[in-house]
Design a protein around this ligand. Sequence first.
Ligand code: CTP
Length: 217
Amino acid sequence: MNRPLRFLVSAGPTHEPIDAVRYIANRSSGTLGLALATEILRRGHQLTLVLGPTHLTPPPSASLERVETATEMLAALQRHFPSADVLIMAAAVADVRPKQRALGKLKKDELGLQLPLKKNPDILSALGRIRSHQVVVGFALESLGGDAALAEAARKARDHGCDLVVLNGAGSMGGDGAEDVSFVRPDGTHAAFGTLLKSVLAQRLVDWCEREGRSTS
Ligand code: CTP
């Protein structure tokens, strides 16, 4: 095989605590991120996996960092990014978090009907800004469909400093399949794959990263 690459992959949701028992999160199982981890290791590459809360079991040979929140995920990825060849940002990061986190469990009367929120850091943009040699892959989950979704994915690739955005439909979260999958470049050129099992999407994406990673490093 060719020279192994050093992959850094984020996977799973982040949980943003309201109190000791409640949180804000996206509906993500971590299935795709773990399929990527399995495929990367099967091909003999190095892998650091930064994994949000999930009940799925990660492959035993991955170097693993478990995190809960977006802030923790950013810190872990910033530590490992300089020594990575390829970043795949497969995590479904929560865009916002509660302004305050209560220590114990709030009584329902203490919750109120409005929850003050603040924005989480945009991890992909933060890492896209400091990249040097790394290949950077982001994801876009869009319910728009068609050309509008492709245009939005290309915009995200440009705005977040990615080499590639993996576009998929909003129904892809949680199950074993991904729908309306396209690989979209910042200039809008793309390859469409239709509906794929996440294990097959992982193979296609690692193929792409191997080609791109070897030509840039
Ligand atoms: N992402 C991130 N940090 C966040 C939110 C998302 O790094 N705080 C990453 C995701 O891991 C994904 C990419 O950004 O790879 C795109 O996520 P998405 O939610 O589709 O896009 P946003 O740019 O947040 O745009 P919007 O929600 O407005 O569509």
